[in-house]
Write a protein that binds this ligand. Structure first.
Ligand code: ZN
Length: 76
């Protein structure tokens, strides 16, 4: 198995279904894409993941900005 979004082979298991073996939540070690194994193939399978949302290593290393977290709103 590899990441549907960036095709990286290192995928870690984050969580398992309360009823064993029903689903797992997986996360890519490179791009942090996270998915549940019961989601549709277009979200869980590299072969059918939409081209518009795919990432390559070059896309990731050349990304120059991570969106900033806005300041908290004041309650005063
Ligand atoms: Zn990835």
């Amino acid at each position: 198995m590899s990441c549907p979004r960036c095709d990286h082979p290192e995928v870690t298991n984050l969580a398992d279904s309360p009823v064993p073996g029903v689903w797992h939540v997986l996360q890519c070690a490179r791009c942090r894409y996270t998915w549940r194994t019961t989601e549709p193939k277009r979200r869980t399978d590299r072969a059918t993941y939409p081209d518009a949302f795919r990432l390559t290593l070059a896309d990731i290393t050349s990304a120059d900005e991570v969106p900033a977290v806005p300041p908290l709103e004041s309650r005063a």
